[in-house]
Write a protein that binds this ligand. Structure first.
Ligand code: G
Ligand code: G
Ligand code: MN
Ligand code: NA
Length: 253
């Protein structure tokens, strides 16, 4: 918990930064989107993973300063890339507490205008488990975000034990199937069948489907056969810093 008390100072001293993981659009073979992932280069502890500090930020309320920082960072980056002729959609992760804020869509809309970035050039990812905390407020906020034109994705799909019944009511564009399901993909028939069934369900409901954590060509080929639209994973590209991404971008298309 002590770590998280250092967050305001860390932000002030530029210890936090975003990396960007390219996603592969299977049909076109192009990179049309990247996911922004936060990193913290701590002054004494070294690089700390978001899986360690994001839950702490959520518990302590510090997420209320972190998520706006992420949004500003992503929009500033997006404005810069568009000026350089790099047109990629940038996905960012928000927490369940952010979705609970009734002003979220207004805040996002204001920032989009400030940075002169079109709404459809960002995607907001929310975890499936976030939906279970206060579904009604969350759906209201998601509808408002969709109304201003932001793309929406359900992250970590399959891990939240959510009811399939409400999936069809969610105003989202994309479902990202969690990488946990890929761990046994090549060794377990059952695991592969779960992935296939999740893909079929999501596609039948009209969602675009991404599978995360793809590490090999053979998995990619199977997912292609299964009808997956987009993959994310080390097989295609690892997360890059902004300047690394700018250099590699021409090769990704
Ligand atoms: O990049 P990595 O796989 O280490 O990320 C670990 C987890 O942290 C992922 O589940 C990811 O969704 C989450 N995460 C990464 N960046 C952010 C961020 O900017 N905001 C939030 N809320 N979560 C993030
Ligand atoms: O927000 P989300 O939980 O989707 O975050 C994606 C996480 O998955 C990031 O922490 C990223 O570093 C990680 N990741 C992305 N591609 C791969 C991969 O091919 N293998 C593994 N093990 N992790 C990956
Ligand atoms: Mn994500
Ligand atoms: Na995920």
């Amino acid at each position: 918990l002590l770590i998280i008390n250092g967050l305001p100072k860390g932000l002030k001293q530029d210890q936090l930064f975003m990396v960007f993981q390219p996603k592969l659009d299977i049909k076109s073979g192009q990179c049309k989107q990247v996911e922004a992932l936060i990193r913290w280069q701590h002054e004494s502890l070294g690089l700390i993973s978001p899986s360690e500090f994001i839950p702490l930020a959520e518990q302590t309320g510090m997420i209320d300063i972190l998520s706006p920082w992420v949004l500003d960072n992503v929009l500033a980056q997006q404005a810069k890339w568009r000026n350089m002729g790099i047109y990629v959609n940038v996905a960012l992760n928000l927490s369940s507490t952010d979705l609970d804020n009734p002003n979220l869509a207004v805040d996002v809309g204001t920032k989009l205008s400030q940075y002169l970035v079109p709404a459809e050039s960002i995607t907001i990812e929310i975890t499936e488990s976030a939906l279970m905390i206060s579904l009604e407020q969350t759906i209201m906020t998601l509808n408002q975000l969709r109304d201003i034109g932001v793309k929406l994705a359900i992250d970590d799909f399959g891990t939240g034990h959510s009811s399939l019944a409400y999936l069809r009511h969610l105003p989202v564009d994309e479902v990202k199937i969690d990488k946990a399901f890929l761990d046994e993909f090549e060794t377990s028939k059952a695991a592969k069948q779960i992935v296939k069934t999740s893909i079929d369900l999501a596609k039948n409901l009209g969602f675009e489907v991404t599978v995360e954590g793809v590490e090999s060509k053979s998995v990619l080929e199977t997912l292609h056969l299964f009808g997956v639209d987009t993959i994310q994973g080390d097989y295609f590209a690892k997360p890059f810093t902004a300047s690394e991404f700018e250099h590699i971008y021409p090769q990704l298309n």
